[in-house]
Design a protein around this ligand. Sequence first.
Ligand SMILES: [Zn+2]
Length: 242
Amino acid sequence: MPRRFEIIGNGAMLDPLYFAMLAPAMLLSLWATFATKRRFAQFAEVPNARGMTGADAARAILDRAGLHHVRVEPHDGWLTDHYDPRDRTVRLSPDVYHGRSISALAVAAHETGHALQHAKRYWPLEVRTLAVPVASLGSNLGFILIAVGMLLSMAGLSLLGVILFSATVLFQLITLPVEFDASERAKKLLFDHGIIVPSEQAGVAKVLSAAAMTYVAAAITSVLTLLYFLIRLGVLGGRREE
Ligand SMILES: [Zn+2]
């Protein structure tokens, strides 16, 4: 019977199975976050040959794609760069917006890559945008339903929570092609438009591949969390006799 209470709230943290399944993924996440910051900082010290800022590069790529209506704006914070599909705006952190480094070009081009995906109706991005509200519901209400279902021994309620949580997992998985594709576009566009010179390609690739690892780690973490719930609910690995 106590088993049923283990995944309530932070109780999951005390479950050895949870640790065994999730600890490697959490370590990978920590490492990926560290590597992303280190790579960005490393190449933020390296000026790019053309002396362009991230904002210049983003504007140049967007204009050449005919996306004059997509805005490029400065945004507070460090590594807070993103593309917002709702108002078609590329927001770049100060180091990227004003920076004239390899890192600034890599990140600016990556976010611009998302704007191009949007314009070309790249389907994984469309699915991800649609999934955002369901995914945030899944990560909040999903956990609550799983916990309450287990507390009250209502397997159906827990299962409903797991189904909701699956939306979060799908969101993390669909994020992978979206992010990898944006980075591939970034590398190609920077080179094709002559924004970077050949000797700068390796640095750009290093900055972008480190960032991609954070998404891989997040996807692995969410898949393993789902598997953990399925095992604890007896859906996988046989129902536990109590
Ligand atoms: Zn991205």
